[in-house]
Write a protein that binds this ligand. Structure first.
Ligand code: NDP
Length: 446
């Protein structure tokens, strides 16, 4: 980075947040692309917007005690980082995964601020979670954990304050348990969580939204560059919520998905992935993707999820987790002729991987723009809850499509306006930042 002011700010962030590499990585990527904004907008520097932007408004950490099925007391750590509320109530998911610690939640909260801004809906950014691992736990254990988690969290959230949602490890089951406990403690029936069941305030198409939105965004990016999904070979990592609906939509757009993964390994099916089989394994019964080959003799399973990127493809859609594509995997993708990477997961590409995409002229759809369809539809769920009505699947899907189209257009335009045409990562960071920055400036030093 050439800009001395931003370099100094980054040094302060590094000193203030030791031992949090993911957070530093996310901040570095954003500040690097904001150099032209610093030059063009001295008023934002003067108002201290950049310094405030990289410091969360509030960080909450708490004990989550619960009792397992054998009667043993277990203790996890809970987090909620309320990062920025300049343009709306804090909004962002809850991640339940053993790798969760403050640095992961802060990186996700920081990204969420920009992502929510890009949706054009009035939502600030936040994120929460716990190092609890729902894998292998009974429904009763998951419920007791969720109730204990909410017993502390409920005092910090609210439909007009902070509205959590799902993320890795938090699906409809967990959101349901958390909602039930919130309602009981607060004696209030409000849209305090999104991703709820359809019987109690959930929105149609929320489950599909992140995966579908990723395909709508990518389709816009392809079209703007004279290309399409039609007839293309695609890799989709992960086999969770985002991955499953990305595969469904991209297949309906004429592409063939040949591989998917979980945290143990990946399957390659040259005939095209049989999504119903993956859904039966992962969505309905929480089994391992390896079992796919038992019913698909042409498919191959390989241990180790990173190997998925060695399969030749035209388009890669990482939909599993952070830093899943490193520089080495990115170089293999390029060598094999991949021309587009678009991110369903949050920060799935390391800085070296991004550098490889950009220097080789790949079309690159950054997570905060490409996967914003999930939170956008959560925003639509909030609107429906406030209006006390529900839109049809088609209505929500149509709004989602328009939002993704607009997000792509604003990334493209911001990149062009700031002299980085075609760099949609820079465009997403600049467009997302400017809206929040203007609001922060207008609201004074808070
Ligand atoms: P899920 O928990 O439904 O699925 C996660 C999937 O990724 C699982 O298949 C999991 O495998 C796999 N996975 C986890 N770690 C690895 C790894 N190291 N290597 C390969 N696969 C791995 O989560 P979501 O689908 O909801 O989330 C996926 C990503 O998308 C996350 O980065 C999340 O932050 C992001 N995202 C999600 C949104 C949403 O609406 N759900 C919105 C925007 C972003 P296993 O079954 O073995 O654990």
């Amino acid at each position: 980075m050439k800009n001395a002011y931003l370099n100094e700010l980054l040094e302060t962030v590094k000193k203030r947040n030791p031992g949090e590499p993911e957070f530093i990585q996310a901040v570095t990527e954003v500040l690097e692309t904001l150099e032209p904004v610093v030059e063009k907008r001295p008023d934002l520097v003067e108002a201290g917007v950049f310094e405030r932007f990289v410091e969360p408004e509030r960080q909450i950490m708490f004990r989550v005690p619960w009792v397992d099925d054998s009667g043993k007391v277990r203790v996890n750590r809970g987090f909620r980082v309320q990062f920025n509320s300049a343009i709306g109530p804090y909004k962002g998911g809850i991640r339940l995964h053993p790798s969760v610690y403050l640095g992961i939640i802060k990186f996700l909260g920081f990204e969420q601020v920009l992502k929510n801004s890009l949706t054009t809906l009035p939502m600030g950014g936040g994120k929460g979670g716990s190092d609890f691992d729902p894998k292998g736990k009974s429904d009763g254990e998951v419920m007791r954990f969720c109730q204990s988690f909410m017993t502390e969290l409920y005092r910090h959230i609210g439909a007009d304050t902070d509205v959590p949602a799902g993320d890795i490890g938090t699906g409809a089951r967990e959101v349901g348990f958390m909602f039930g406990q919130y309602k009981r403690l607060q004696n209030e029936y409000t849209g305090v969580l999104t991703g709820k069941g359809l019987q109690f305030g959930g929105s149609l198409a929320r489950t599909e939204a992140t995966g579908y939105g990723l395909c709508y965004f990518t389709d816009e990016m392809l079209k703007a560059n004279g290309k399409s999904f039609e007839g293309k070979t695609v890799l989709v990592s992960g086999s969770g919520n985002v991955a499953i609906y990305a595969v469904q939509k991209v297949t309906s757009m004429g592409a063939k998905v040949v591989a998917m993964s979980d945290s143990n390994g990946y399957i390659y099916d040259k005939n095209g992935i049989d999504l119903e089989c993956v859904r039966a394994l992962k969505e309905k019964s929480r089994r391992r993707i390896k079992e796919y080959i038992e019913t698909h003799p042409d498919a191959v399973y390989t241990e180790g999820s990173k190997g998925i990127w060695t399969i030749p493809c035209d388009i890669a859609l990482p939909c599993a987790t952070q830093n899943e594509i490193d520089g080495e995997s990115a170089a293999i993708l390029v060598k094999n002729g991949c021309f587009c990477v678009s991110e369903g997961a949050n920060m799935p590409s390391t800085p070296e991987a991004i550098e490889t995409y950009l220097s080789n002229g790949l079309l690159y759809g950054p997570a905060k723009a490409a996967n914003a369809g999930g939170v956008a539809t959560s925003g639509l769920e909030m609107s429906q809850n406030s209006l006390r009505l529900s839109w049809t699947f088609e209505e929500v899907d149509e709004r989602l499509k328009n939002i993704m189209k607009n997000i792509f257009a604003s990334c493209k335009k911001a990149a062009e306006d700031y002299g980085m045409a075609g760099n949609y990562m820079a465009g997403a960071n600049i467009a997302g930042f400017l809206k929040v920055a203007e609001a922060m400036k207008a609201q004074g030093v808070v």
